[in-house]
Ligand binder design. Sequence first.
Ligand SMILES: [Zn+2]
Length: 216
Amino acid sequence: MSDEALRALERAFEESHAPADEAAWLAARERAGRLERSRLELAAFCGHKAARLALGAAAPREEPDIRKWCHALDRYGLEACVRAAHAAALNVVQLWAERPDPAVAYLGEASPGEQLAAVQEWIECPCERHVEEALRTLPVSRGGITSEHGGHAWTFAHDAAGDAVLTIRRPSFVWNTLLNAALARGRALVDPSLADRAHAMVREVASAALVAWALG
Ligand SMILES: [Zn+2]
């Protein structure tokens, strides 16, 4: 397919905003070798409507359980896991960035924001030096968080940032990250009815980041 034909499909989608038009454009990009099949599948796995339409019966099965969804991300590679973890942790860290718990001192260790900046650097350049620089931001003493802060939402956000760093070495930590992000979001421990909503919100944030990367 020519560049011109691809652009015509893109324009049609931009005008209609219809998932069917976006699906036609995505499928054409994939056939033309401009969009990797695995990226299209990842977007579909994240629930992107047009990606699911483009793949039809070949679309990956939707996974309602967030823990299984996290573990299945492994199929799409380490970068996908790290990107999902980074997006989820950043979302909750930003919630408290302007009003951190003053009782939490970092004692000279990296703040969650600094940890996530190191993860972002690895995403942009996943070399061994950036792995080591990210791992060096992990707190030795849990950043001065003591048991009196246990259960505090900020503590969970802090843990989510550390888990996002660990995801670089162990992709299964994307689940730990999303779980802590959800706990930070919903204080889901004290009110179990909030857990499902918090999980859905965190998963939405991670999915949006993955779709933007996969189809971008
Ligand atoms: Zn690097």
